[in-house]
Design a protein around this ligand. Structure first.
Ligand code: FAD
Length: 459
C-alpha cells in the first residue's frame, strides 16, 4: 500500500523527515491541499500565493526527476487527506508538524481518523521543547536563544530519499485553476526579476550566502547592499530546512556566522511564542491603552489616507517610502527597514500595529504567522518582551547611519538625483515637485506619540 506525504510549508526533498520516513516504508504519494478558506484559517496573502504557485511547480519538477509527481487537491485539508487515503488505500499519512493554530486543529482532526505520523523538521528545535529549569517554555528571546544554542545540533541533516511510485496515480487538480497568480493588474513583474523559487534555487542561495556570511555582522544592517541571506521565503515555504542552513554554516566560526545563527533562532523563538499564545498575531499581549492610544483609520478618512500613504510609500520620509515600495515591487523588505517602517506606522502615525501586520501579511513573499506577528508586537511594545513603545526610532538618522542612499535611489526614483547630503531628508529647495512633503514632522510626531502614550496609561 502507498504512503501519503502531506506537504504544507515543507516543499522539499532533502532533509524532509516525513518524506524520508514514508520512502522507507513503500511507494509514496505527495499531496498538497490548498485550504485557505476554512473557518479559522488565515487566508494566505497575495504575495505568498504567488510564491506558492511557483514553489508547487518546482516541487512537481523535483518529483519528476524521480518519475513521480505532486498531487493537488483543494478544500478542507483534513477531509481531503482522509478522502485521498481512502481512494488510494494508503497505509499511513506522514507530515511535518506545523504550529499555526489552524494546522494544529487539522492535525488533531486527521489523527482521530487515520494513522497520521508527524515529524519535526521545520525548526531547529521542536517548539515547546526548550524550557526553563522549571520546565516552562521561554517567553523572552535572549534566555531562549542561550538555552537553545546548548541543544544544537539536535539531529543530522537527511539526504533526499530515493522514491518508489505507486502502481496508479490518484487524480490531481490543475494548479492554474487555483488562481494563485495575479491576473489584472499583474503586479508580479518585479517578483519575477527578483526571485528564483524552489528547492534548487534555495540551495544555490545558501551556497552564495555562505561566501558572504563573514561580513554579515555589519552588512546586514545596510539596505543598500545585499548583506543578508534572502532565505526567508525559502525557509517560510520550507524549500530548505533551518537544519540545512545551520549545518552549512557550522563550518564558519566568525562573528558574522554567530550573529546569523542568532537570527535563525529568532525564527524558532517566534514559533515558541505562537505555541504559547496562538492569537498573538492579532491580539496585543500588553495593553497600552487600546483605543485610547491609536488613531483609528476606520473612523476618519484623514487617518485612512495616512495609512494609505504609508502603504504606497508616500510619507515624505525617503527611507520609509523606499522600504514600502521595495515591499510592493518584490514582495520583500530589508529587515532594518521593516523595523523603521513599522515603527513609523505605529509611533509617527499612531496607527494600531495590526493594520501594519495585515499589510505586511498581504505583501510579503515570506509572510509568516509567527515571524510577522511577533516582530510587529516587538516594535509596538505590546509583546511579551520589554515595552519598546517609548523608544521612538528616528527614520532620518537611521537612514544616514546605515547609509541607505543608494537604496532610496533605487526604490524612490524621484529622488535619484539627490546628493548624499540631501537624499535622507531633502529640504524644500531640493525636494522634487513629485515627491510629497513629510506627512508629519519628526519632532512633532515624537511628542504626540509620547504624550498619547502617557495619557492612554492615565499618567
Ligand atoms: P537574514 O538576515 O539572512 O536572516 C536569516 C533568517 O533568519 C531569515 O530568513 C529568517 O528566517 C530568520 N530571521 C531573521 N530575522 C528574524 C526576525 N527578526 N524574526 C524572525 N526570524 C528572523 N520574517 C519572516 O520570515 N516573515 C515575516 O512575515 C516577517 N515579518 C516581519 C515584520 C517586521 C515588522 C519585522 C521587523 C521583521 C519581520 N521579519 C519577518 C523578520 C526579518 O525581517 C526577515 O526574516 C528578514 O528580513 C528576511 O531576510 P533574510 O532572509 O535576508 O534574513
Amino acid at each position: 500500500a502507498p504512503h501519503i506525504v502531506w506537504l504544507r510549508r515543507d516543499l522539499r526533498l532533502a532533509d524532509q523527515p516525513a518524506l524520508y520516513a514514508a520512502a522507507q516504508e513503500g511507494p509514496v504519494i505527495c499531496v498538497y491541499v490548498l485550504d485557505d478558506e476554512g473557518a479559522g484559517n488565515r487566508a494566505m496573502g497575495g504575495a505568498a500565493r504567488w510564491w506558492l504557485h511557483h514553489s508547487l511547480q518546482a516541487m512537481d519538477r523535483e518529483l519528476g526527476k524521480h518519475r513521480g509527481k505532486l498531487i493537488l487537491r483543494r478544500g478542507d485539508a483534513a477531509d481531503e487527506i482522509a478522502k485521498l487515503a481512502e481512494e488510494t488505500g494508503a497505509a499511513a499519512v506522514h507530515a511535518i508538524r506545523h504550529y499555526e493554530p489552524w494546522w494544529r486543529k487539522a492535525q488533531g482532526r486527521l489523527a482521530d481518523r487515520l494513522d497520521l505520523r508527524l515529524y519535526d523538521g521545520n525548526y531547529l528545535l521542536p517548539p515547546g521543547t526548550v524550557t526553563t529549569g522549571s520546565g516552562d517554555p521561554y517567553k523572552i528571546y535572549t534566555p531562549f536563544a542561550k538555552s537553545a544554542r546548548q541543544c544544537m545540533p539536535q539531529r543530522e541533516v537527511l539526504d533526499a530519499p530515493s522514491l518508489t511510485n505507486p502502481d496508479e496515480w490518484p487524480d490531481s487538480g490543475d494548479l492554474d485553476d487555483w488562481n494563485l497568480l495575479p491576473t489584472k493588474p499583474d503586479w508580479a513583474a518585479g517578483f519575477r526579476d527578483a526571485w528564483e523559487v524552489g528547492e534548487s534555487a534555495a540551495l544555490a542561495q545558501l551556497d552564495d550566502f555562505a561566501d558572504r556570511v563573514k561580513d554579515y555582522e555589519d552588512d546586514r544592517n545596510r539596505p543598500s547592499i545585499d548583506g543578508s541571506s534572502r532565505l526567508s521565503p525559502h525557509l517560510h515555504h520550507g524549500e530548505i530546512s533551518p537544519m540545512q542552513v545551520w549545518d552549512q554554516l557550522t563550518r564558519h566560526t566568525g562573528e558574522g556566522a554567530e550573529t546569523f545563527r542568532g537570527e535563525l533562532l529568532w525564527r524558532d523563538y517566534t514559533q515558541n511564542v505562537i505555541c504559547q499564545f496562538p492569537a498573538y498575531p492579532s491580539e496585543s499581549y500588553r495593553d497600552l491603552g487600546g483605543e485610547k492610544l491609536w488613531r483609528n483609520p476606520n473612523r476618519s478618512h484623514l487617518i485612512a489616507e495616512e495609512l494609505e500613504a504609508w502603504q504606497q510609500g508616500r510619507t515624505g520620509y525617503p527611507i520609509v517610502d523606499a522600504g514600502m515600495r521595495q515591499l510592493w515591487q518584490i514582495g520583500w523588505m530589508h529587515n532594518r527597514v521593516r523595523m523603521i517602517a513599522a515603527s513609523f506606522l505605529i509611533k509617527h502615525l499612531l496607527i494600531d500595529w495590526r493594520h501594519g501586520e495585515q499589510w505586511y501579511w498581504d505583501c510579503l513573499v515570506d509572510a509568516d504567522y509567527g515571524n510577522n506577528g511577533v516582530n510587529w508586537q516587538w516594535v509596538a511594545g505590546t509583546g511579551v518582551d520589554s515595552n519598546m513603545f517609548p523608544r521612538i526610532m528616528a527614520p532620518l538618522s537611521q537612514s544616514e547611519k546605515f547609509d541607505a542612499g543608494d537604496y532610496i535611489r533605487q526604490f524612490v526614483p524621484e529622488l535619484a538625483e539627490l546628493s548624499d547630503d540631501q537624499i535622507h531628508d531633502p529640504d524644500d529647495k531640493h525636494r522634487p515637485g513629485d515627491y510629497p512633503a513629510k506627512i508629519i514632522g519628526h519632532r512633532e510626531a515624537r511628542e504626540r506619540a509620547l504624550s498619547a502614550y502617557r495619557e492612554a496609561k492615565g499618567e
